[in-house]
Design a binder for this molecule. Sequence first.
Ligand code: NAD
Ligand code: UGA
Length: 465
Amino acid sequence: MEEENRMEFKKNILCIGAGYVGGPTMAAIALKCPELRVEIVDINAERIRQWNSGDIPIFEPGLDEIVNQVRGKNLFFSTEIAEGIKKADIIFVSVNTPTKTFGEGAGMASDLQHWENTAHAIVAHSQGDKIIVEKSTLPVRTAEAMERILKANRRGIRFEVLSNPEFLAEGSAVIDLLEPDRVLIGAHRTPEGLAAEKELVDIYAHWIPREKIITTNLWSAELSKLVANAFLAQRISSVNAISALCEKADADISEIAYAIGSDSRIGSKFLNASIGFGGSCFQKDILNLVYICKSYGLTEVADYWEMVVKMNEYQKRRFVQGIVREMFNTIAGKKIALFGFAFKANTGDTRESPAVQVTRDLLEEHAYVAITDPQALENAKQDLQGTDGRVSYEVDPYNAAEDAFAIAVITEWEEYRRLDFERIYRSMKKPAFIFDGRNILDHGKLYEIGFNVYPIGKKPLTHFE
Ligand code: NAD
Ligand code: UGA
C-alpha cells in the first residue's frame, strides 16, 4: 500500500524532528503540495504516537484541522528514521537546539548534539543525492560543519545544504505559515547550490508570492534568524525598561508605546510591556548570538545584546518584588492565584515561561500558589515537580482565585478579560490585589469593584491612603 502510494508522489520530503516547528511546517507543505509525500520522523515514539492520534501533541489554533486533512494522504508520522532518510529527496532538519548546559560555552552556546546526530544518521542511511535543509535555528556557519560531516563520508553521494530558518510564532503558527511576511532560503551561490535553492523555492511558491521568498547566501540566512529574534526581543526589553521608569515618573507605558509606535519608522508591534518575554527561543538565540560575538572577539557587540536578556531577568524579578512590597512586605502563608502559565496566549507551551520563575520566587517567599491556565496545566506540573503541597492547579480561574490574597496575570489569555471580577472579588481575601503582568484587564473597573490594581508601567490604582 505504502509502495503504491510512493509511486504517485513527485518527490519525498522528510523532516527529522516532530516538534513545534517540524509538525506545523510540514503540515503546511503537505497541505499546499499534494504531489509531495511528506514524512516526519522523531526518536520520541510517544510524540509520534500522539501525532498519529486524534490528540496531537501541541496546542496550536487551526493545526489539528490541517493535520486531519492531510495525515495518511501525503503526510505521515513515523519513528522509522533510517527508512525515511533512504527514501527522501529533500530532508528538513528540525531538531531542538537548546542552550548548552555543560562544558565549553555552557549557559550560552547552542547544544548541537541532536543536530549532529541527524547529520550522522543522514550519512549512514543515504543511498543517493539529497538536499539537506536546516530548519532548526543554528549558529552562523553551522552548514559548514554539516557539509564537512556529510562530505567526509559521502561515498559518491552529493549533499547540498540549504538554510531555511523558520519565523513562525507559537499560537499563530498556522497563519504565519500560510501567510508569512517572508520565507528565507540561503544557499551557496554555486550552480549546485542555486539548483537546490530553486527546488525549495518551487515548493514554497505553491502558496507564497515569489517576491516574498528571499534568497541569500547561506551564512546570511543562518545569521538573519538569530538577528530577527534578537531584534524582536530587544524591542520588548526596551519597552520593559521604560515601564520601570514610567512607574517612577507617573507616565503610562501604553500611551508611550502608542505614541512612539505611531512613528512608521518604529512601528507599533512588539511594544507591549510585560513581565518579560519567555518561550524556547528568544533567550537561547540571543545567548547564542552573544557567544558567537565573544568567540569572534567582539566584546562590545556581545555586551550590547546580552543586556536584552539581563533586562528581561530584571523585569521578571521586579514583578515579584513589587508583589511582596505592595502586600505589606510579606506574602508568607498567603495564597496567590496565577492567571496563566503559558509563555504567551494560545499555546500550552511553558518553555522559559516567566511563570516558572515567578512561581519559584513566590514559593521562596513562602506563599501558596494556585495556577490556572486553559492549556498549560500539564506542562506546568512538569515544570514545578518537587513543589507539591504548596502549588495547586485549577482548570477554573474562579476556583484559583477563591480565598486568594492576590491575582497575578501572567499570560494574556483573551478569556481573562471576560471573567466576572465582581464574583472573583467577593471570593477573595481583603484587601484584594491584582498585579496585571500583561496590562490586559480593565483597571478602572477593577478599582471600582474594590481591587487594588498594579499594572506594568502605569500608576497603580489603590484604595489605600
Ligand atoms: P521541539 O523540542 O519541539 O522538537 C524537536 C524534536 O526533535 C523533538 O521531538 C525531538 O525528539 C526531536 N529530535 C531530537 N533529536 C533527534 C534525532 N536525532 N532524530 C530524530 N528526532 C530528533 O523543538 P522546536 O520548538 O520544534 O524547535 C526546533 C528548532 O526550531 C529549534 O532549533 C528552534 O530554535 C527552532 N524554532 C522554533 C520555533 C518555535 O516556535 N518553537 C520557531 C522557530 C524556530
Ligand atoms: C518568536 C518569534 O516571534 C518568531 O518569529 C520566531 O520564529 C520564534 O520566536 C522562534 O524562533 O522560536 P514565539 O517565541 O513563539 O516566537 O512568540 P512571540 O510572539 O515572539 O512571543 C515571545 C515572548 O515575548 C512571549 O513571552 C510574549 O508574551 C512576549 N511578548 C511579545 C511581550 O512581552 N511583548 C510583546 O509586545 C510581544
